[in-house]
Design a binder for this molecule. Structure first.
Ligand SMILES: [Zn+2]
Ligand SMILES: [Zn+2]
Length: 235
């Protein structure tokens, strides 16, 4: 079969980029151009992930550092990352999950921190988990954690309140919405004196991961990080 015939066949039959429809590698379903265009977070405050010149600590963290030690996220939560995440969460487009998990693994920059002892995904309330059928954060992070050899602790924290969806709430309302929303479901000895990372799909105001960090801090965690796929950038 000639090369040109093969490429014509691939054009019609092969895997497609989910964003633009051009031919894409089967592993990723994202063409090279769309991959290069994904919105990267860039240099950011090491505590909270807000973009800053040269990655300096931001003014807000100088005044009042968050209850976690650092935040890492490779992408900005804007088009097309938000569309891909929404497709996974609300339309069960599991190919979006596979794609984002691969992209997260390929673009992960560990920064200066040592690897954590364990990783805790932000839990969904059981009612939400039943309705969705999966915790999207776990789907996103499994390949990366496997590569790094970091243990995933699925049930170590529980969501005790079926909080109202955070979208559309302002920062103060978000903090009130998640206050007391989590509790440790294992012996505090599992996290005491350990370096723990909280995994979340998207960090918006940071109120959810901050509340979970407070629970872990009370249980004696020595170092607390946040790993996310994407972070909302206000400015
Ligand atoms: Zn494309
Ligand atoms: Zn900051």
């Amino acid at each position: 079969m000639s090369g040109s015939w093969r490429s014509i066949q691939e054009w019609f039959l092969g895997p497609r980029c989910v964003l633009c429809g051009d031919p894409a590698p089967a592993r990723l379903e994202l063409c090279a151009g769309c991959l290069a265009d994904l919105p990267r977070l860039g240099p950011a405050c090491p505590h909270c992930g807000e973009p800053t010149p040269g990655g300096r600590v931001c003014g807000a963290c100088v005044r009042r550092p968050p209850p976690f030690d650092y935040l890492r996220a490779p992408f900005r939560y804007q088009l097309p990352v938000d569309w891909l995440v929404a497709g996974l969460k609300f339309e069960r487009r599991l190919n979006h999950g596979r794609l984002l998990a691969e992209v997260l693994r390929d673009h992960w920059a560990p920064g200066d921190d040592t690897l954590p002892d364990l990783a805790l995904p932000v839990p969904l309330h059981p009612a939400r988990l039943r309705e969705r059928g999966f915790n999207q954060t776990i789907e996103l992070f499994v390949p990366l954690l496997a590569d790094l050899g970091v243990a995933l602790e699925r049930g170590a924290v529980e969501r005790t309140q079926p909080t109202v969806a955070q979208a559309g709430l302002h920062a103060g309302a978000r903090r009130r919405n998640v206050r007391g929303a989590f509790r440790l479901a294992v012996d505090a000895g599992r996290v005491a004196d350990r370096h723990v990372v909280i995994l979340d799909d998207v960090v918006t105001t940071g109120s959810t991961v901050a509340e979970l960090a407070r629970v872990l801090r009370r249980a004696g965690a020595a170092r607390i990080g946040v790993w996310a796929l994407a972070r909302t950038v206000v400015s």
